[in-house]
Write a new protein. Sequence first.
Length: 756
Amino acid sequence: MTSRITFFFVLFCHLTFAQHTLPLIPTPKEIKPGNGFFVLNSETIINADKNSFEAQYLKEVINQEFGLNLEISQKATTSSKISLLTAVPDASKFTNETFYLSVDQNSAEISAVSNHGIFNGIQTLLQLLPIEKASVVKLPIVQIFDTPKYAWRGMHLDCARHFFSIDFIKKYIDYLAMYKFNTFHWHLTDDQGWRIEIKQYPKLTDVGAWRNGSMVGHYNEQKYDTIRYGGFYTQDQIKEVVAYAQQRHITVVPEIEMPGHAVAALAAYPQYSCTGGPFEVEKQWGVLDDVFCPKEETFTFLENILSEVIALFPSEYIHIGGDECPKTRWKSCGHCQGLMKAKGLKDEHELQSYFIQRMEKFVNSKGRKIIGWDEILEGGLAPNAAVMSWRGTEGGIAAAKEKHFVVMTPGSHCYFDHYQGNPQNEPLAIGGYTPVEKVYAFNPIPKELSSEEAQYILGAQANVWTEYIASPEQVEYMIFPRMMALSEVLWGTSNPEKYADFEKRMIQQFTVLEQKGIQYSKALFEITSEVMPKPGGHGVLFLLKSNQSGDSIRYTTDGTQPTAQSKSYDQPLEITKSQTIKATYFENGLAKSNVAEQFFRIHKATSQLVSLQNQPKGSYAKGGGFTLVDGIKGDTAKFGQHWLGFSGTDLIATIDLGSKQKINHLSIGLLSSPSSWIYFPKKVTFQVSEDMIQFKTVGTFSFEEIQKAKGQVELNCKNKNIQFVKVTVENFGTIPDGQPGAGNKAWLFADEITVE
């Protein structure tokens, strides 16, 4: 037994008990609190088999945290004991994971029909122990009967985009065990790296595990470093992780991507592509055209790989990806077109279905089942396949109605690579917005399903894609505290109407995370802000607010970090000159939130009247024309609320400066992100007028000029007695073939129009 067994679990184990408020996550199905405590001391024994991993685990946690070296014995030599019993009076009420925990003044007893149930009970018992180290350790008197609702309670980790050590993988598994997750989905291959040793094909790791650089910053910036990056897990390391997880009653489900997301494999073995290559392991994130070609030799290659994978992982399911497979190469490949004709396949979607069904037959022949992302529904679902529904819940609904098992993991609620708070105050992420309260409100069973169909929902999981997550600390930051919310959802005891109760229990656990140096998002305490026009123009009003009661917001205007002694916010701030505001939420003199930082550029158009000929759309319409003159520049990496978005229409904005004056400079910010259907405009035109009747064109910029300026369009001009400025921005139009959203209207994103 190594010290790691206790170290990682102790990170989370001990929470203060007060007034029968049990700070348990997930909260149990049935709780009956009592009065008083059971006191653990050096005489207390663990009444269990000495060879039991669960007993050894409990012993070491208590020893490390409280210095109590409890004896493990099957003989009750003292009345003070913690009993672990795999026998119950009425086994019909117990599943493999059910447990009963009873604490009275003399003892604690965990009863279950399996060691998995015992292990779950231990996690609950540990959460009842106090934070403080002490020679006298108190457990509250309580009775708990607990059992989970869902069979699949998962967390995913992408180790292809960024690689994580075996030590951290074990730590990640410990986090799962503490919150009673039972499935670890290990994403091991992708375009940017192949992470698992395959002995028959050594080049998969010799070549495929290493790339000659990575994207830096956001995808939109298209910047790269030249640092060689990579790594892989040996088969011995894989076995070590699987065994470690099994002790903690967690199933490891491997994912080997096919037919798309295959560039790392094709860099090593280009003969299994449609073109023959050559390829290199990708530096770029995103979806790429080169995929596996459905040749017989490709199927042999993949079957040989899966044979080695299946030998390493005893899981019922093997994940074969199946997502985001472009058909570009297949459409122009003679072999693929001939195969489609020979097999009577009407299109490339049916060709993908043929590919998946071929692989399923092989996996089934090994006594296993496949699971894949919901694209495997396209062209017809393989007979025994399970589906992970990530593009919303529609794929899961369709699969369940066809009586296929489903794991729900919609991006709206379960993508933990999304922002947790205001993107402006959070580390760079891929996008999206999934706060902890939204996770807690998730219901894995869609209302569209009947009670019979709902039985095919195995459960759900959160996905942690790591394009923008390069370190273990950042993984922790992105999963905490959201995985606490998901754990309660999947245990089946969440109640969105009582979110405040969950939040209280969650906040109690933050102290433990802090004591152990575990990173977590403080978005729960974040300062939200609103910008309003300042009456009379020339400046704005800046409103700050915290979600917590007893607000204590401190702020600075000189660029320094706020402290408990900084100015206290008590009314909207008048911003009349260019400056940076930094604000932090404090409790008892301690900073609880990330620093909210906002730079204001005050200019002649700030807070002036703006009229729009066309209106912005959706969530990017908030603020209307004022967004263009609020003194805040939109973030090109994080998008956010300071952009106006127009779907298929032009931006035509006229600004009234309030009086005639001289202007020397005009500018506007524009955004390009084709993966999100956002394109630079065809043209930008600046016009000025004294009377709003006759406008004079003072500058135009073409699409190529806008591209060259990276969307920051600036014009130096000298005009006197100008009161009106008109900016016309022509939408790109229809998204071209070969691009995401081809054939749809392009979005136009614009931010601050500056007049100086």
